[in-house]
Design a protein around this ligand. Structure first.
Ligand code: SF4
Length: 196
């Protein structure tokens, strides 16, 4: 139990990297979180509602965050190709450049300096723990599309193509490496039933 407690304490300590009072380079921690997410999210998740789910805020709270990012020209709204009633929040080239100053970069670089085995093990362990916590709390679990239960290979084409069974849309191979707010972990429904 002692090791588990120490791990939790270390995680809490590392949270100081991305949770802070005030601003860093002109953005609050939530604004950084939103910009970081939008730069890595797939086309279904770059909407105000998906961003609200990811941030765990209300729609009005998310609108304020998006308005700040738009004011600084880090994000621009574009009509959604998926849903005409919605907009897509697109990170501008200026926004992508701005991410070089992201406060989490120092922590990322220290993790990048670990051996590949250590990095993979850390990712695997953290993901397992977080998935179980998310499922138990019935929260959305944003993660990378390639591991989602809804993703299937679309054998109808010659090059490697995929399909999302949730949205019934084609997914290009490079899109499978992006984040999705609607991700579901294989086995999560069984786990959810067990923890109900
Ligand atoms: S397969 Fe899953 S993660 Fe990928 S776009 Fe569909 S719902 Fe999102």
């Amino acid at each position: 139990m002692r090791v588990a407690t120490e791990v939790v304490e270390l995680l809490v300590k590392s949270a100081g990297t991305w949770l802070f009072e005030g601003h860093q380079f002109g953005l609050s921690d939530r604004e950084w979180m939103a910009l970081r997410f939008l730069a890595r999210a797939n086309r279904f998740s770059r909407t105000p509602s998906a961003l609200a789910i990811f941030l765990g805020t209300t729609r009005s709270g998310t609108s304020e965050i998006a308005a700040q990012l738009r004011k600084k020209e880090l994000v621009i709204p574009e009509p959604s190709a998926e849903d005409r009633r919605s907009i897509t929040l697109c990170v501008t080239p200026q926004g992508r450049k701005f991410l070089d100053r992201d406060p989490i970069n120092a922590l990322r670089d220290r993790i990048a300096a670990l051996t590949i085995d250590d990095r993979s093990q850390l990712r695997h362990s953290l993901r397992r723990v977080l998935v179980q916590s998310d499922v138990a709390q019935r929260e959305h679990n944003t993660d990378i599309c390639s591991g989602c239960i809804f993703l299937v290979e679309d054998g109808a084409r010659s090059e490697r193509q995929f399909k999302c069974r949730r949205f019934r849309k084609a997914i290009a191979s490079k899109e499978t490496a992006l984040l999705c707010t609607y991700f579901e972990e294989p086995g999560s429904r069984d786990l959810a039933a067990k923890t109900a």
